[in-house]
Design a binder for this molecule. Sequence first.
Ligand code: NOJ
Length: 562
Amino acid sequence: MNKTWWKESVIYQIYPRSFNDSNGDGIGDLKGITEKLDYLKELGIDVIWLSPVYQSPNDDNGYDISDYQNIMDEFGTMKDWEELLAEVHARGMKLIMDLVVNHSSDEHAWFAESRKSKDNPYRDYYVWRPGKDGVEPNNWESAFSGSVWEYDQATEEYFLHIFSKKQPDLNWESPELRNEVYKMMTWWLDKGIDGFRMDVINFISKVPGLPDAPNQEGKQYVSGGEYFMNGPRIHEFLYEMNQEVLSKYDIITVGEMPGATVDDAKLYTGDDREELNMVFTFEHMDLDSGLNGKWDLKPLDLLDLKENITKWQVGLNGVGWNSLYLNNHDQPRMVSRFGNDKEYRVESAKMLATFLHMLQGTPYVYQGEEIGMTNVKFDSIDDYQDIEIRNMYRDKVIQGNEDHDKVMESIYVKGRDNARTPFQWDESENAGFTSGKPWLKINHNYKDINAKLAVADSDSIYHYYRRLIELRKKNSIIVYGEYELIMAEHQQIFAFTRTYENEKLLVITNFSGEEVMCDLPNDIVVSEDKLMISNYKEATNSTGASFTLRPYEARVYKFNSL
Ligand code: NOJ
């Protein structure tokens, strides 16, 4: 397996709006990030990924970009950004930027031109179609509810928007558009950035003809995913992007890819393919959803998680590379979702961190994860800011006839604002995030859960992450070791081994709040002196092949010879 720095890195995701506000306007900003770089360096972070900081009307918090080469006013200036980059580099860390080129904002200059007339030179930068029988050109549903089509009076045609109607899809069939994007990427890389996280990048090639999706139940709109995820020209486009831009720099590239399977990922990330370094799969994020999508709540079955993680670990081993994550700005908080954010918050957050950081791949830490930040429950729908939540609530409750309480429950469990509440720095007003009024309410638990407390307590989740990251730096096996699932049928324990050269790791994690018996396979016998890290301070008698694990207990053993 090829060794590279980006396989050995730990990446920290910053959602700038919610990280740290330096000027009291209630919105996080670039100077605020620069102020906190030492905190990240202390944690051991190698690479920082910034969610979008470009100019944007903020219909989708910066994922709707109106100028790719300027900074959002609320976040500061290009000078602030340059200073941030310099300070990141001065600390030996790297910075990767979000690349959002499946769509732009409708306030982008290209779109302003494109909508003017059918023969405008920019017309082709977007996807325009005439209506069909007086309605939208097809029946696809937008990720943010309603149709993917918006009618535009000026030319009496519809434009495509898989996300909000202020996020028109760019037309990658246009060579001019592709060149503009490559030019813009090169401009950022020449400014010294260290790579890109690419927003829904597997959506950029659509099936020609944009056919209606099957619709047995006769719904108004249905998901058209099969016609725009991993579409017919996707590998051609990514290879071209690689040849034109990426291959000229020593950088990290990670593609966000809903609907990508392991087989797709082999093609996207394969060593010999010259496309991307790694992808964000969504498969493990979908295991607790029912047939009707993310708001259709379903308890997670640990066996499903094992099967899925194992498929990716085994599938990409030696072929491509995994990115490892359990939450981000689009997902609920990991400890609330997969652990227990009440009596076992600390134990379960550490257990989940152990689990993730001991898999093969590059781990991503989402801001606040390292101090065990939790989901929120706002009483009123008006307290939520996320366009996905607001549109869904409007469609289901205000315009539809679904039950308010049921819909609120699904927002409490799955809503994206769970991850977007401001970072909890300390116990002062507004959690030290801002001296003004925060753009989104602070989680009420900030007096107990904050970075100041975490840094001061050597037994905190924060320091546990620091240790995990340190171990990765000292043990190649954590990065490169081959994964094998053991105890596959156990309902509460997720256990696996990693093997590399003459070493072996044994990772045992209890995903339940119960005490459970752990009976190891016959060939494995553990002893305390082999323990590398664990999330309970006091040892128990765990020598031998059979012992009890405490609630959410996690242990990693290292053996020197096979
Ligand atoms: C994925 C991003 O992570 C999400 O926040 C955004 O809403 C959509 N792509 C659209 O850009």
